[in-house]
Design a protein around this ligand. Structure first.
Ligand code: HEM
Ligand SMILES: Cc1cc2nc3c(=O)[nH]c(=O)nc-3n(C[C@H](O)[C@H](O)[C@H](O)COP(=O)(O)O)c2cc1C
Length: 484
């Protein structure tokens, strides 16, 4: 196909674009595109390959209606295409201010400041967005400050070990990197850049179903990073990847994905259950509406503001997912299963009854239900009403943990491990792999220091008496009808 011909097709009546040297007609997909029509229209008549790869894995092309692929572009005519738009160009730093030197990032909050300075508005709204008024996210951040330590002194804390394990796999710390979708919004090299940051420390990470790179590419980039730097590390502490599953309502598609994940060597499957539908992402909606208005589409803007255009593909999350589905998921997966998004003691117990190996107490970083419980409250409920869960399952928590000391608090109250999300998105966005490494180092150092200051030297010494557990227990929610 001829570049000059493609260049003319840039309206909502006829919109073509080049992706990986192929010409696509996306006209009939404009209204269905979960990222909104405006962003596609802006790529009309251009080579959108770079921008596309910042957001999507090639897997999403399967969602285009049949017949959208028109054929290869005649490479000698590429110069006739409209010039590519490049979101990177929007990454401008305020005059006079540069990116803070990485050595000056000393708490995880420093990455947020750095990322905010340089992320384009759309990427910033994507990561910082929370549901409705933002209450769930704010409560997550506040919750951990309610926990105070009761340190023991004079205990010889010269040498400490932060070594732990996740589902039988040794890891250097009791924290891991939470799954976050569309990391192309943080960094052009997305998940590949993220997992390279796991190499030095041996940390574990959970990879999202909606990653920008393919499952196989992410797994092999970690293997390659390890091989390239064969620094005779302790192999028992090699970094490990786990996979977060959004269960497609199309069971065949879900099974196919589970098998791909298994073949790629992921260690465990974390099934997200707090997202039968997408929560109300307020900042995102404003951003999408603004973009649609800028493209002159009032109708699209109206729909975006009401969440009718969402960022989640229709066949990505299933509103009909139920407990019994865990049975076939478990069978197809055949390995350790974690339920991600448990928010009360009753469901924690159910997960145990369904034979899961782990649960993650999480409200999705405050991005789903408005006024959702923070993970600390759910952990305290479990301690009060079904403590046997803590003995039988690996219980993980996430949401608002920003300091290695927060990690220690969660462990004292019975958590096996802690997920950290946004700080790693911000670190990746601002500094790439080196930012990820630095963020791990900061959390690790804070954890080791907190351990010494409360008087323990290894994680098998954590105990509820090291925090104000009794006072916290008085404040927990008591179900009116306790049939746990
Ligand atoms: C033409 C083929 C395309 C298809 C089939 C497609 C499909 C999709 C799908 C299924 C989603 C939902 C999220 C996901 O599943 O990953 C999505 C979201 C999105 N897409 Fe596309 N897309 C295409 C092209 C593009 C292009 C060229 C751009 C940008 C230049 C783009 C930008 C976005 C954005 C920004 C989102 C929302 C992600 C967010 O939450 O920030 N897409 N798209
Ligand atoms: C930008 C972003 C994308 C996310 N994407 C996913 C996802 O694809 N799947 C999922 O189960 N959880 C997702 N989450 C939720 C995280 O896994 C985790 O529960 C949450 O971020 C933890 O809270 P924190 O960010 O306060 O540490 C996402 C969170 C953020 C901030």
């Amino acid at each position: 196909m001829d570049g000059a011909d493609v260049a003319k097709r840039n309206t909502s009546k006829c919109c073509w674009m080049v992706l990986n040297a192929q010409v696509y007609d996306v006209t009939s997909y404009l209204d269905q595109h979960p990222g909104g029509a405006a962003i596609l229209l802006a790529q009309g008549g251009r080579d959108a390959t770079i921008e596309f790869s910042r957001i999507h894995s090639p897997d999403v092309l399967q969602y285009l209606p049949t017949g959208s692929l028109l054929g290869p572009i005649d490479t000698s005519t590429i110069g006739a295409l409209a010039p590519p738009t490049n979101e990177e160009a929007l990454r401008s730093l305020p005059t006079g201010e540069g990116l803070r030197h990485l050595s000056k990032c000393v708490v995880t909050g420093d990455f947020e400041v750095a990322a905010k300075m340089m992320l384009p508005a759309r990427s910033w709204s994507y990561v910082s967005s929370s549901s409705n008024s933002g209450l769930s996210m704010a409560a997550n951040l506040d919750s951990w400050s309610a926990v105070r330590f009761r340190p023991r002194v004079l205990r010889d804390v010269q040498t400490v070990s932060t070594v732990s394990s996740i589902l039988g796999h040794r890891c250097p710390f009791p924290f891991y990197i939470s799954p976050m979708g569309i990391l192309g919004r943080a960094h052009a090299n997305a998940e590949v850049e993220l997992v390279r940051g796991f190499r030095r420390s041996g940390i574990h990470g959970v990879i999202s179903t909606v990653s920008t790179k393919t499952t196989e590419e992410i797994a092999s980039s970690l293997t390659e990073a390890l091989e390239r730097h064969d620094d005779s590390r302790d192999v028992s502490a090699a970094p490990q990847l786990h996979f977060q599953l959004y269960t497609s309502p199309d069971r065949e598609a879900a099974i196919k994905l589970i098998h791909r994940v298994k073949a790629a060597g992921f260690r465990s499957l974390w099934v997200t259950v707090d997202t039968p539908v997408l929560g109300k992402r307020t900042i995102d909606r404003r951003q999408l509406a603004e973009e649609a208005l800028a493209m002159g589409s009032d109708e699209q803007a109206r729909a975006a503001g009401l969440g009718i255009v969402t960022h989640v593909r229709q066949n990505q999350v299933s509103a009909s997912l139920a407990w019994t589905d865990l049975e076939w998921i478990k069978k197809e997966w055949g390995g350790p299963l974690v339920v991600k998004g448990i928010q009360c003691a009753e469901d924690a117990k159910l997960a145990m009854d369904y034979g899961c190996q782990g649960i993650l107490l999480s409200n999705h970083g405050g991005r789903q239900l408005h006024s959702a419980p923070d993970a600390l409250s759910t952990l305290l409920e479990i301690r009060a009403y079904c403590p046997e869960v803590l003995g039988n399952l690996e219980v993980f928590v996430d949401g608002g943990l920003r300091d290695g000391a927060d990690v220690l608090k969660a462990l004292c109250l019975g958590a096996k491990g802690v997920g950290v999300g946004r700080p790693f998105f911000y670190a990746l966005a601002a500094y790439g792999t080196r930012g990820v490494e630095r963020c791990i180092e900061i959390l690790a150092e804070e954890l080791a220091t907190a351990m010494r200051l409360v008087g323990i030297t290894s994680l098998d010494q954590v105990h509820p008496d090291l925090v104000n557990a009794r006072r916290l227990a008085n404040e927990i929610w008591r179900p009116l009808d306790s049939r746990l």
